[in-house]
Write a protein that binds this ligand. Structure first.
Ligand code: SF4
Length: 224
């Protein structure tokens, strides 16, 4: 049985001169909290090196843990559809999570998602901060309450504040909205369709703000 470490900070694993490949390589060996013990592997962020938008979820799910890539399960497929429906440029998007290992508990033969706690989120935060520092995106979207409250503060309520741009040092444009997995949990097909439309609407607001910011005279954002 591997030695159980108390939640600390991933800071000590960061490379001296971070690049995305070096960060990914270093994160693969992270043992800053105990979540690595029961997970298959670290699931680091992936996507465009010149990303306009970074989408941040909670943590990898069962499929992501097995495959080693973020947002490749059912919620990821829904997210890809919503990105396309909102007209966001998929080639300028980077996907990641606030926590890089899958936290779960066994129930029969199934692995059931468990919400990461504040110490685990805090331990993992240096990876996300390093990703954002390298990418310097124009926009950050927090998907779900865990990511939104970790990055925007405990006062952020997804039900009340979703779909609005909020001031934040994370990026020029920052928004919180639901996690796509919550749409999959809608009680029936009608509710699922409504929730999906609302999610696409939120991403469309972001897309319009991004387009306007890029077209503004003297815009500092990278042009395609
Ligand atoms: S969850 Fe984050 S901090 Fe904890 S071991 Fe995994 S990568 Fe490191």
């Amino acid at each position: 049985m591997p030695r159980r470490l108390a939640a600390g900070s991933a800071d000590r694993y960061l490379p001296a001169r971070p690049t995305l490949p070096l960060l990914r390589e270093a994160a693969a060996g992270c043992r800053a909290c105990h979540l690595w013990e029961r997970a298959t592997q670290t699931v680091f962020g992936e996507g465009a090196r010149r990303a306009d938008v970074v989408l941040v979820g909670e943590q990898p799910g069962d499929r992501e843990d097995l495959e080693g890539h973020p947002f490749v399960g059912p919620a990821g497929r829904l997210l890809e559809g919503a990105i396309a429906a909102a007209g966001l440029d998929r080639t300028r998007i980077y996907l990641t999570n606030v926590v890089k290992h899958f936290k779960w508990e066994p129930r029969g033969k199934r692995r059931i998602h468990q919400k990461p706690d504040a110490a685990e989120i805090g331990a993992c935060r240096p990876w996300l901060d390093a990703e954002l520092a390298v990418l310097r995106p124009a926009a950050v979207v927090c998907l779900g309450a865990t990511a939104a409250q970790a990055l925007l503060g405990r006062q952020f309520k997804v039900t009340q504040h979703r779909g609005r741009l909020v001031p934040s040092p994370l990026a020029p444009l920052v928004m919180g909205t639901v996690h796509p997995s919550s749409i999959l949990r809608a009680p029936d097909e009608d509710a699922r369709r409504r929730e999906l439309a609302h999610f696409v609407e939120d991403l469309t607001v972001l897309g319009r703000a991004l387009a306007a910011a890029k077209q503004a005279p003297g815009s500092a954002f990278d042009q395609p």
